[in-house]
Design a protein. Structure first.
Length: 144
């Protein structure tokens, strides 16, 4: 039982999580991984056990040579396939001790949220400008 050290479904995909199609060894869920180096070390320790079967916290159990091969591929290609492209814990882990959280990396702005906020501000400014434009009371051909 490996918990979320690695999973066998694309957990960050709603469809992958719902349908749990073909099983493949995948990184731990990014939204719960606060120390990527420790996560890699966990996968390495599990791979060194050369397991015959692995039941993960998300996805279907995997067996045999395919399981062992995919664990080794995950480790070999960790920086390209496991590390997320961005995120709060991508380059710096959370630090904890027996008292709890000691320090966290600074939050990272979500580019999609920033873009959405920019569109909202632009729309509001556009409406304000349109409401304040002078309206003409005379029309061409009125003789005035």
């Amino acid at each position: 039982l490996v918990g979320d050290a690695f999973v066998t479904t694309k957990q960050e995909s709603a469809l992958g999580a719902i349908f749990q199609s073909a099983s493949h060894v995948r990184r731990p869920p990014a939204y719960y991984t606060s120390d990527w180096e420790a996560a890699r070390e966990s996968v390495k320790a599990l791979a060194q056990l050369e397991p015959a079967i692995a039941a993960t916290g998300h996805g279907r159990p995997m067996f045999g040579n395919r399981l062992r091969h995919e664990l080794n591929v995950l480790l070999r290609d960790w920086d390209q396939v496991a590390l997320p492209a961005r995120g709060r814990y991508r380059n710096q882990p959370a630090i904890t001790d027996e008292r709890g959280v000691v320090s966290l990396p600074p939050p990272i702005a979500d580019p999609q949220l920033v873009t959405l906020a920019g569109i909202g501000v632009a729309a509001c400014l556009g409406l304000m400008i349109l409401r304040n434009l002078p309206t003409s009371q005379s029309y061409a051909g009125d003789g005035e």
